[in-house]
Unconditional design. Structure first.
Length: 268
């Protein structure tokens, strides 16, 4: 997880986790529960505050669960939820022995990693033969809301600065736009995609909750960091007014999530 999220990990937990990550985490937990044995070991890469681990623990409390993230602040949130096997480390290197885990999960992580091929190679190394790598990525969202947000952002920072921040923190978002490229990278590291599918999630939110989520995501965090307190307040007010004019005080958000279930094939 980006250092940008260290700025207010508790706000990130409050406004972002429940809106964007809880339902996909439940789906990931269901996948693991169908595949796991009682004594399975699992590592959640980019675990953040432990939402995926929490959902897995609810379904299967007997699994040995590990979490890895490069943010101390969000790992502290995971620790408060009762998780102790937490490691602070940065990808692509994974500080584990070969064949250490039956499962590795990575939810909305690979697009953040500059060296994603090396990361997949490392994940392949630490999974046992016939183990599973389960990961997710964001699919399409509601373009009109994204455009409305973007148009107000570039009233305060340049389009070039916006694009620079996106590229800095999401250097490989295009990886998931080319299935052939992704499949080839996985195959090169002995992974076979056994199942791939998309789920759409719909959330009915107050405008305030929706915007609080956006303000605690990547671009919102950057705006809060670089704008003066006066301009930050003005930005929030103008953004709220722009959305209120378009959608009113209630908003229905629809977004797609892509799920990938990959099996590590035994090498002959």
């Amino acid at each position: 997880m980006s250092k940008l999220y260290d700025l207010a990990a508790d706000e990130y937990e409050t406004f972002v986790i429940n809106q964007r990550f809880k339902n996909p985490a439940k789906e990931t937990a269901n996948i693991i529960n169908e595949l796991a044995h009682q004594d399975s070991k699992l590592l959640d890469v980019g675990t953040g505050s432990g939402i995926v681990l929490s959902e897995i623990r609810q379904l299967n409390p007997h699994l040995e669960l590990f979490g890895l993230d490069n943010s101390f602040e969000v790992l502290e949130l995971a620790r408060k939820k009762g998780f102790e096997l937490l490691i602070k480390s940065s990808l692509p290197n994974l500080p584990f022995l070969d064949n250490s885990f039956d499962f590795v999960t990575a939810n909305f992580v690979l697009s953040h990693i500059d060296q994603y091929e090396k990361t997949i190679q490392e994940i392949s190394r630490i999974i046992v033969p016939n183990g599973y790598f389960v990961f997710t990525s964001w699919g399409s969202g509601q373009k009109e809301y994204n455009k409305l947000f973007y148009n107000k952002v570039i009233d305060f920072i340049s389009p070039e600065e916006h694009d620079r921040i996106i590229k800095q923190h999401l250097p490989n978002e295009e990886l998931f736009e080319d299935n052939n490229s992704l499949t080839n990278i996985l195959s090169k590291n002995n992974f076979k995609i056994t199942k791939q599918y998309t789920k759409q999630y719909q959330l009915d939110l107050t405008l305030s909750d929706y915007l609080n989520c956006r303000f605690n995501l990547l671009i919102g965090k950057h705006m809060k960091k670089v704008l003066s307190p006066t301009l930050w307040e003005q930005f929030q007010q103008e953004m709220s007014a722009a959305f209120q004019e378009k959608v009113g005080q209630e908003i229905t958000y629809k977004g797609n999530v892509d799920f990938f279930i990959c099996k590590l094939e035994s090498q002959v």
